[in-house]
Ligand binder design. Structure first.
Ligand SMILES: NC(=O)c1ccc[n+]([C@@H]2O[C@H](COP(=O)([O-])OP(=O)(O)OC[C@H]3O[C@@H](n4cnc5c(N)ncnc54)[C@H](O)[C@@H]3O)[C@@H](O)[C@H]2O)c1
Length: 260
Protein backbone atom coordinates (compact mmCIF):
# COMPACT_ATOMS: atom_id res chain seq x y z
CA UNK A 1 0.00 0.00 0.00
CA UNK A 2 1.39 3.39 -0.99
CA UNK A 3 0.29 6.79 0.22
CA UNK A 4 -0.85 7.72 -3.30
CA UNK A 5 -2.23 4.47 -4.70
CA UNK A 6 -4.52 5.18 -7.66
CA UNK A 7 -3.72 8.91 -7.81
CA UNK A 8 -2.86 10.66 -11.05
CA UNK A 9 -0.23 13.38 -10.81
CA UNK A 10 0.98 15.88 -13.41
CA UNK A 11 4.35 17.52 -12.66
CA UNK A 12 5.59 20.50 -14.71
CA UNK A 13 9.29 20.94 -15.47
CA UNK A 14 9.93 17.34 -14.41
CA UNK A 15 12.83 16.59 -16.77
CA UNK A 16 15.46 17.08 -14.06
CA UNK A 17 16.17 18.54 -10.63
CA UNK A 18 13.38 18.87 -8.11
CA UNK A 19 10.70 17.99 -10.68
CA UNK A 20 12.30 14.61 -11.36
CA UNK A 21 12.56 14.01 -7.62
CA UNK A 22 8.86 14.75 -7.20
CA UNK A 23 7.87 12.50 -10.12
CA UNK A 24 9.82 9.52 -8.76
CA UNK A 25 8.78 10.04 -5.14
CA UNK A 26 5.08 10.24 -5.96
CA UNK A 27 5.37 7.19 -8.24
CA UNK A 28 7.11 5.25 -5.47
CA UNK A 29 4.00 5.85 -3.35
CA UNK A 30 1.67 4.57 -6.06
CA UNK A 31 0.84 7.57 -8.27
CA UNK A 32 0.73 7.46 -12.05
CA UNK A 33 2.69 10.44 -13.35
CA UNK A 34 2.61 12.85 -16.28
CA UNK A 35 6.06 14.33 -16.96
CA UNK A 36 5.86 17.81 -18.45
CA UNK A 37 8.85 19.81 -19.67
CA UNK A 38 9.58 22.34 -22.39
CA UNK A 39 12.50 20.07 -23.38
CA UNK A 40 11.75 16.54 -24.58
CA UNK A 41 15.11 14.77 -24.61
CA UNK A 42 16.87 11.75 -23.11
CA UNK A 43 16.63 13.26 -19.62
CA UNK A 44 12.87 13.80 -19.94
CA UNK A 45 12.46 10.21 -21.10
CA UNK A 46 14.69 9.06 -18.24
CA UNK A 47 12.35 10.65 -15.69
CA UNK A 48 9.42 8.85 -17.34
CA UNK A 49 11.40 5.59 -17.33
CA UNK A 50 12.17 5.96 -13.63
CA UNK A 51 8.40 6.23 -13.03
CA UNK A 52 7.51 3.25 -15.23
CA UNK A 53 10.31 1.16 -13.67
CA UNK A 54 8.36 1.52 -10.42
CA UNK A 55 5.38 -0.12 -12.12
CA UNK A 56 3.44 3.12 -12.54
CA UNK A 57 1.99 4.58 -15.71
CA UNK A 58 4.18 7.37 -17.09
CA UNK A 59 3.29 9.80 -19.87
CA UNK A 60 5.37 12.63 -21.35
CA UNK A 61 3.74 15.99 -22.09
CA UNK A 62 6.15 18.34 -23.84
CA UNK A 63 4.85 21.92 -23.64
CA UNK A 64 5.75 25.46 -22.67
CA UNK A 65 3.67 25.95 -19.53
CA UNK A 66 4.02 29.71 -19.67
CA UNK A 67 1.36 29.59 -22.43
CA UNK A 68 -2.25 28.92 -21.36
CA UNK A 69 -3.28 27.18 -24.63
CA UNK A 70 -0.39 24.71 -24.17
CA UNK A 71 -1.32 24.23 -20.51
CA UNK A 72 -4.90 23.44 -21.52
CA UNK A 73 -3.72 21.01 -24.18
CA UNK A 74 -1.50 18.97 -21.87
CA UNK A 75 -4.01 18.87 -19.03
CA UNK A 76 -6.71 17.67 -21.46
CA UNK A 77 -4.27 15.04 -22.82
CA UNK A 78 -3.29 13.98 -19.30
CA UNK A 79 -6.93 13.59 -18.22
CA UNK A 80 -7.75 11.59 -21.35
CA UNK A 81 -4.75 9.28 -20.97
CA UNK A 82 -5.06 8.78 -17.21
CA UNK A 83 -8.82 9.03 -16.73
CA UNK A 84 -8.60 12.10 -14.45
CA UNK A 85 -6.25 14.30 -12.47
CA UNK A 86 -5.76 14.26 -8.69
CA UNK A 87 -2.48 16.16 -8.24
CA UNK A 88 -0.87 19.08 -10.06
CA UNK A 89 2.62 20.23 -9.11
CA UNK A 90 3.65 23.58 -10.64
CA UNK A 91 7.44 23.30 -10.69
CA UNK A 92 8.84 24.54 -14.04
CA UNK A 93 11.45 27.31 -14.09
CA UNK A 94 13.99 28.54 -16.62
CA UNK A 95 17.69 28.97 -15.65
CA UNK A 96 19.27 32.45 -15.11
CA UNK A 97 16.72 33.59 -12.52
CA UNK A 98 19.09 36.18 -11.04
CA UNK A 99 18.80 39.57 -12.76
CA UNK A 100 20.13 42.89 -11.41
CA UNK A 101 17.45 45.54 -11.00
CA UNK A 102 18.55 47.81 -13.87
CA UNK A 103 18.98 44.83 -16.23
CA UNK A 104 15.41 43.73 -15.60
CA UNK A 105 13.82 44.85 -18.85
CA UNK A 106 10.25 44.27 -19.96
CA UNK A 107 11.15 41.14 -21.91
CA UNK A 108 12.74 39.52 -18.84
CA UNK A 109 9.87 40.63 -16.60
CA UNK A 110 7.31 39.11 -18.98
CA UNK A 111 9.30 35.89 -19.28
CA UNK A 112 9.44 35.51 -15.50
CA UNK A 113 5.81 36.40 -14.83
CA UNK A 114 4.44 34.47 -17.83
CA UNK A 115 5.94 31.25 -16.50
CA UNK A 116 6.02 31.68 -12.74
CA UNK A 117 2.75 33.52 -12.16
CA UNK A 118 0.52 33.35 -15.25
CA UNK A 119 1.48 29.79 -16.15
CA UNK A 120 1.20 28.49 -12.59
CA UNK A 121 -2.15 30.29 -12.14
CA UNK A 122 -3.80 28.95 -15.27
CA UNK A 123 -2.43 25.44 -14.78
CA UNK A 124 -3.91 25.46 -11.28
CA UNK A 125 -7.20 26.91 -12.50
CA UNK A 126 -7.57 24.33 -15.29
CA UNK A 127 -6.58 21.39 -13.06
CA UNK A 128 -8.98 22.61 -10.35
CA UNK A 129 -11.88 22.68 -12.85
CA UNK A 130 -11.29 19.00 -13.57
CA UNK A 131 -10.87 18.16 -9.88
CA UNK A 132 -14.13 19.90 -8.94
CA UNK A 133 -15.97 18.19 -11.81
CA UNK A 134 -14.57 14.79 -10.77
CA UNK A 135 -15.89 15.39 -7.24
CA UNK A 136 -13.08 13.53 -5.42
CA UNK A 137 -11.03 16.50 -4.28
CA UNK A 138 -7.47 17.13 -5.36
CA UNK A 139 -4.11 18.60 -4.51
CA UNK A 140 -2.37 21.56 -6.14
CA UNK A 141 1.15 22.46 -5.02
CA UNK A 142 3.37 25.21 -6.46
CA UNK A 143 7.10 25.65 -5.94
CA UNK A 144 7.74 28.98 -4.24
CA UNK A 145 11.16 29.81 -2.73
CA UNK A 146 13.06 31.29 0.17
CA UNK A 147 13.05 34.37 -2.10
CA UNK A 148 9.38 34.84 -1.11
CA UNK A 149 10.54 35.45 2.49
CA UNK A 150 13.49 37.81 2.20
CA UNK A 151 15.44 39.76 -0.42
CA UNK A 152 18.86 39.03 -1.87
CA UNK A 153 20.50 41.46 -4.27
CA UNK A 154 19.58 40.81 -7.90
CA UNK A 155 16.64 38.53 -7.32
CA UNK A 156 13.72 40.97 -7.24
CA UNK A 157 11.64 39.80 -10.22
CA UNK A 158 12.02 36.14 -9.25
CA UNK A 159 11.19 36.99 -5.64
CA UNK A 160 8.05 38.89 -6.67
CA UNK A 161 6.84 35.86 -8.63
CA UNK A 162 7.62 33.44 -5.81
CA UNK A 163 5.93 35.70 -3.23
CA UNK A 164 2.91 35.93 -5.55
CA UNK A 165 2.57 32.16 -5.44
CA UNK A 166 2.16 32.30 -1.65
CA UNK A 167 -0.80 34.64 -2.13
CA UNK A 168 -2.14 32.50 -4.98
CA UNK A 169 -2.27 29.46 -2.71
CA UNK A 170 -4.18 31.43 -0.08
CA UNK A 171 -6.63 32.85 -2.62
CA UNK A 172 -7.30 29.60 -4.45
CA UNK A 173 -7.73 27.68 -1.19
CA UNK A 174 -10.50 30.13 -0.30
CA UNK A 175 -11.99 30.14 -3.81
CA UNK A 176 -12.14 26.32 -3.76
CA UNK A 177 -13.57 26.05 -0.24
CA UNK A 178 -15.67 22.94 0.30
CA UNK A 179 -14.52 21.18 -2.88
CA UNK A 180 -11.87 18.98 -1.27
CA UNK A 181 -9.20 20.60 -3.44
CA UNK A 182 -6.28 21.99 -1.40
CA UNK A 183 -3.80 24.54 -2.75
CA UNK A 184 -0.38 25.03 -1.14
CA UNK A 185 3.23 25.94 -1.84
CA UNK A 186 6.59 24.50 -0.88
CA UNK A 187 9.38 27.06 -0.54
CA UNK A 188 12.79 25.39 -1.04
CA UNK A 189 16.16 26.71 0.09
CA UNK A 190 19.38 25.82 -1.76
CA UNK A 191 18.75 22.52 -3.52
CA UNK A 192 21.29 20.86 -5.79
CA UNK A 193 19.37 20.38 -9.05
CA UNK A 194 22.28 19.01 -11.09
CA UNK A 195 21.17 16.39 -13.55
CA UNK A 196 21.90 12.92 -12.39
CA UNK A 197 21.17 10.29 -14.97
CA UNK A 198 19.90 7.36 -13.01
CA UNK A 199 19.38 8.39 -9.44
CA UNK A 200 16.93 10.60 -7.64
CA UNK A 201 19.51 12.79 -5.92
CA UNK A 202 22.87 14.25 -6.90
CA UNK A 203 25.44 14.80 -4.14
CA UNK A 204 24.42 17.66 -1.84
CA UNK A 205 26.28 20.95 -2.29
CA UNK A 206 29.70 20.92 -0.67
CA UNK A 207 29.12 23.63 1.93
CA UNK A 208 32.84 24.46 2.09
CA UNK A 209 32.61 25.50 -1.59
CA UNK A 210 29.55 27.67 -0.84
CA UNK A 211 30.64 30.14 1.85
CA UNK A 212 27.20 31.73 1.76
CA UNK A 213 25.75 28.51 3.19
CA UNK A 214 28.29 28.05 5.95
CA UNK A 215 25.81 28.99 8.70
CA UNK A 216 23.00 26.77 7.48
CA UNK A 217 21.52 25.21 10.66
CA UNK A 218 20.99 21.87 8.93
CA UNK A 219 24.60 21.50 7.97
CA UNK A 220 24.21 20.05 4.49
CA UNK A 221 22.93 21.21 1.13
CA UNK A 222 19.36 20.39 0.13
CA UNK A 223 18.38 17.61 -2.25
CA UNK A 224 15.45 17.09 -4.60
CA UNK A 225 14.18 14.32 -2.29
CA UNK A 226 13.98 16.80 0.62
CA UNK A 227 11.49 18.80 -1.43
CA UNK A 228 9.76 15.75 -2.90
CA UNK A 229 9.08 14.35 0.59
CA UNK A 230 7.33 17.59 1.53
CA UNK A 231 5.27 17.42 -1.67
CA UNK A 232 4.39 13.83 -0.80
CA UNK A 233 3.13 15.00 2.61
CA UNK A 234 0.95 17.71 1.04
CA UNK A 235 -0.43 15.53 -1.76
CA UNK A 236 -1.29 12.52 0.42
CA UNK A 237 -3.84 12.18 3.21
CA UNK A 238 -1.08 13.07 5.68
CA UNK A 239 -1.40 16.69 4.57
CA UNK A 240 -5.17 16.87 4.14
CA UNK A 241 -5.63 19.60 6.77
CA UNK A 242 -3.01 21.92 5.25
CA UNK A 243 -4.59 24.46 2.90
CA UNK A 244 -3.57 27.89 1.59
CA UNK A 245 -0.15 27.43 3.22
CA UNK A 246 3.47 27.81 2.16
CA UNK A 247 5.97 25.55 3.90
CA UNK A 248 9.67 26.41 3.96
CA UNK A 249 11.95 23.42 3.32
CA UNK A 250 15.25 25.25 3.58
CA UNK A 251 17.44 23.58 6.22
CA UNK A 252 16.83 26.60 8.46
CA UNK A 253 18.14 29.17 5.96
CA UNK A 254 15.49 31.78 6.67
CA UNK A 255 15.61 31.13 10.42
CA UNK A 256 19.33 31.89 10.42
CA UNK A 257 19.11 35.07 8.35
CA UNK A 258 19.98 33.45 5.03
CA UNK A 259 23.15 35.33 4.09
CA UNK A 260 23.97 34.68 0.43
N1 LIG B 1 17.01 24.49 -6.89
C1 LIG B 1 16.82 25.36 -5.90
O1 LIG B 1 17.73 25.65 -5.10
C2 LIG B 1 15.47 26.03 -5.74
C3 LIG B 1 15.30 26.90 -4.66
C4 LIG B 1 14.07 27.52 -4.47
C5 LIG B 1 13.02 27.26 -5.34
N2 LIG B 1 13.22 26.42 -6.39
C6 LIG B 1 12.07 26.20 -7.30
O2 LIG B 1 11.88 24.81 -7.48
C7 LIG B 1 11.41 24.56 -8.82
C8 LIG B 1 12.33 23.56 -9.49
O3 LIG B 1 13.63 24.11 -9.52
P1 LIG B 1 14.89 23.27 -10.03
O4 LIG B 1 16.09 23.92 -9.43
O5 LIG B 1 14.68 21.81 -9.83
O6 LIG B 1 14.85 23.62 -11.60
P2 LIG B 1 15.64 22.93 -12.82
O7 LIG B 1 16.26 24.03 -13.61
O8 LIG B 1 16.52 21.82 -12.35
O9 LIG B 1 14.44 22.28 -13.66
C9 LIG B 1 13.42 23.08 -14.18
C10 LIG B 1 12.84 22.38 -15.38
O10 LIG B 1 11.78 23.25 -15.89
C11 LIG B 1 11.84 23.18 -17.31
N3 LIG B 1 11.19 24.36 -17.91
C12 LIG B 1 11.71 25.61 -18.05
N4 LIG B 1 10.83 26.43 -18.64
C13 LIG B 1 9.72 25.68 -18.88
C14 LIG B 1 8.47 25.96 -19.48
N5 LIG B 1 8.17 27.19 -19.96
N6 LIG B 1 7.56 24.95 -19.60
C15 LIG B 1 7.85 23.69 -19.14
N7 LIG B 1 9.03 23.38 -18.55
C16 LIG B 1 9.95 24.36 -18.42
C17 LIG B 1 13.33 23.11 -17.62
O11 LIG B 1 13.56 22.59 -18.93
C18 LIG B 1 13.85 22.18 -16.52
O12 LIG B 1 13.88 20.83 -16.93
C19 LIG B 1 11.35 25.93 -9.49
O13 LIG B 1 10.06 26.45 -9.42
C20 LIG B 1 12.32 26.76 -8.67
O14 LIG B 1 12.03 28.15 -8.75
C21 LIG B 1 14.42 25.80 -6.61
Amino acid sequence: MGLLDGKKALITGARKGIGRGIAVTLAREGADVGVNDIVDDAATRQTARMVSDLGRKATVHAADVSKPPEINRIIEDFVRLHGGIDILVNNAIFPDQKRPLFDTDEAYWDRMMDLSLKGYFFAAQTAAKHMVRQGRGGRIVSLSSVHAYRAWKGWTAYGIAKAGLRRMAMGMAVDLAGTGVTVNCIAPGAINNALSDNSLDPAPYDLSAHPSLKNLPTARGGLPSDIANAILFLTSNLGSYVNGETILIDGGMIASGGEM
